[in-house]
Design a protein around this ligand. Structure first.
Ligand code: SF4
Length: 75
């Protein structure tokens, strides 16, 4: 299981995350971001990419299974 948290105060609605991991992040209207706080481990790669691509580093990813240091960009 992958835990995802988005700091919506930081999020500027750039939608990079929705583009890279559409199963987890979706844009609702122009600026509102909807996301799944718990994603399947299979999504980890995409979610990590999305977190790395976010221009304002609003996405935090926490994997329950993989050691954090094994996944770049995961805190
Ligand atoms: S990439 Fe970052 S700023 Fe853009 S919608 Fe996603 S969380 Fe928000």
């Amino acid at each position: 299981m992958v835990r995802i948290a988005v700091d919506l105060n930081r999020c500027q609605g750039y939608a990079q995350c929705a583009f890279l991991a559409p199963d987890v992040f979706t844009m609702h209207g122009e600026e509102a971001l909807l996301y799944a706080p718990d994603a399947d481990e299979a999504q980890l790669g995409k979610v990590t990419q999305a977190a790395a691509a976010c221009p304002v580093q609003a996405i935090l990813v926490d994997s329950m299974d993989a050691p954090a240091e094994a996944v770049p960009g995961v805190r």
